[in-house]
Design a protein around this ligand. Structure first.
Ligand SMILES: [Zn+2]
Length: 279
């Protein structure tokens, strides 16, 4: 079914909160158009022992698309006037990504205040804003430097719910759902309901696989994943599940020590040394 047509059928009836699950059908996409699955010999990020089982083509993370760096760049594909006009929503995206994927792992995103220009840069995700179904053209590093690699929606006029529109009561929620989900794809994570072990039972998950598949199974099937159409609260309202967090850490490392706390630790050690010297 055409997603927009499907969305328009239900749009007049419910709000985004009530239909977050359906919203996902439109919002998600992502991997939707992703199709580049050539093996990457340079995916050097160490895989965790938590990656416990290879599948036969479906799965969750697309391990060949895992970035070779935990420091990723983003930039905005837009002209000066649009760049100024979208400042508040661009900052919302930054906040939601920083508070989710970045907060729980060693990932660091930079460039939030950059316009893309034409120059190619390593580990760069190019983001444009259009009033269409949000999507990511490729999973993970296959999106590197790709024009229009990620498309987000800030206005929700032609797509989404009225309650998602700027100034309406679910705008931040819709921004969060889309940003966290799409950045999950940008990190190389496919839809959870695409896994071969998805329990396709009406009471559990009646959503069809969509978009590009992963090539590994990570942990148990996760109904509360932000990447799962079948989450009770769509994408857990943009809140990472415990398994989402474990996966981010498995592929991109654990959190780096906070510089302030590190400095404090160094200070404590030095104090002990000095105390020893005094004795
Ligand atoms: Zn998606």
């Amino acid at each position: 079914m055409d997603l927009l047509s499907f969305f328009e059928k239900i749009k007049p009836i419910r709000t985004a909160f009530q239909y977050l699950k359906t919203f996902s059908l439109v919002a998600c996409l992502a991997a939707c158009n992703a199709g580049d699955d050539h093996a990457a010999s340079d995916t050097a990020i160490k895989k965790s022992a938590l990656v416990n089982e290879l599948s036969t083509g479906r799965g969750f993370p697309l391990t060949s698309s895992i970035w070779r760096s935990t420091s990723l760049n983003v930039c905005w594909e837009m002209g000066g006037s649009e760049f100024v006009a979208t400042k508040a929503d661009r900052h919302l995206v930054r906040r939601f990504v920083t508070e989710s994927w970045q907060a729980v792992s060693a990932l660091r995103f930079t460039g939030w205040d950059d316009q893309c220009g034409s120059a190619l840069r390593p580990f760069l995700i190019r983001i444009s804003v259009q009033d269409v179904n949000p999507y990511v053209r490729r999973l993970g590093s296959f999106n590197e430097n790709m024009p229009g690699g990620m498309v987000l929606n800030f206005t929700f006029q032609n797509y989404g719910y009225k309650s998602c529109q700027p100034g309406d009561f679910e705008h931040e929620l819709c921004m969060k759902l889309v940003a966290v989900h799409e950045f999950g794809h940008a990190l190389g994570f496919a839809h959870e309901q695409n896994r071969l072990d998805t329990p396709h039972e009406p009471a559990i998950c009646d959503e069809a696989p969509q978009g590009q598949n992963g090539d590994a199974i990570f942990g148990p099937w996760d109904k509360e994943s932000v990447m799962n159409y079948c989450a009770i609260k769509w994408m857990a309202h943009g809140n990472l599940s415990p398994v989402d967090i474990q996966m981010a850490r498995a592929y991109y490392g654990t959190m780096r020590p906070d510089p302030a706390s590190l400095q404090s630790s160094v200070g404590s050690i030095m104090s002990l040394v000095l105390e020893d010297d005094d004795q």
